[in-house]
Write a protein of this length. Structure first.
Length: 179
């Protein structure tokens, strides 16, 4: 019982002593005015920083609430009709993210995406084609990817077509000279 009473008496005495020290510190005739101004400025800065933090947190919460409201309003993403250029850009940004985009070319025609270029492994070749096929708006994938050192899958038909075109142009020129 005596210990509680002595503690109760010590707390107000310590508080009064701390108040006296603070008063002597702030009301010192030589430096008191400067100390009061510095303390006022620091407290004002602390209040401003707290206000800015609260404002940022409020804007963050507002954005979160808006996002949740949009998710609740539109629970299922509506399928979109993409034009061919947009579809090709979507493939580049979503599927080819993290890969070497310079080695892979993407074209789209009527919802069919054509992948051309060189990849490191057959697994990467298949995974890219599957990932492209999962995108909304893609109706098909023409995979012309190949491994390093191999010829492109469309190279042989292209060479045959250009050879046929050369032969037919030579034949036309020969018949034109005869006439």
């Amino acid at each position: 019982m005596k210990e509680r009473r002595s503690k109760r008496r010590k707390v107000p005495a310590l508080a009064a002593g701390a108040a006296g020290v603070a008063a002597a510190y702030f009301f010192d005739p030589q430096m008191g005015r400067t100390r009061r101004a510095k303390a006022r400025d620091r407290i004002a800065a602390m209040v401003r920083r707290a206000g800015r933090r609260l404002g940022r947190k409020g804007r963050w919460l507002e954005g979160k609430a808006y996002g949740l409201r949009m998710k609740a309003t539109h629970p299922v993403e509506q399928p979109k009709d993409f034009d061919d250029a947009t579809l090709a850009h979507k493939v580049e940004s979503e599927v080819l993210r993290g890969t070497d985009k310079g080695r892979i070319s993407v074209n789209a025609e009527d919802g069919i995406v054509v992948l051309r270029g060189e990849v490191d492994s057959p697994e990467q070749m298949n995974s890219l084609a599957e990932a492209v096929l999962r995108l909304p708006g893609v109706t098909g994938v023409e995979n012309l990817l190949h491994l390093p050192g191999e010829s492109a899958p469309n190279e042989a038909p292209a060479q045959e077509a250009s050879a046929r075109a050369r032969r037919s142009s030579r034949a036309r020129k020969a018949t034109a000279r005869r006439d």
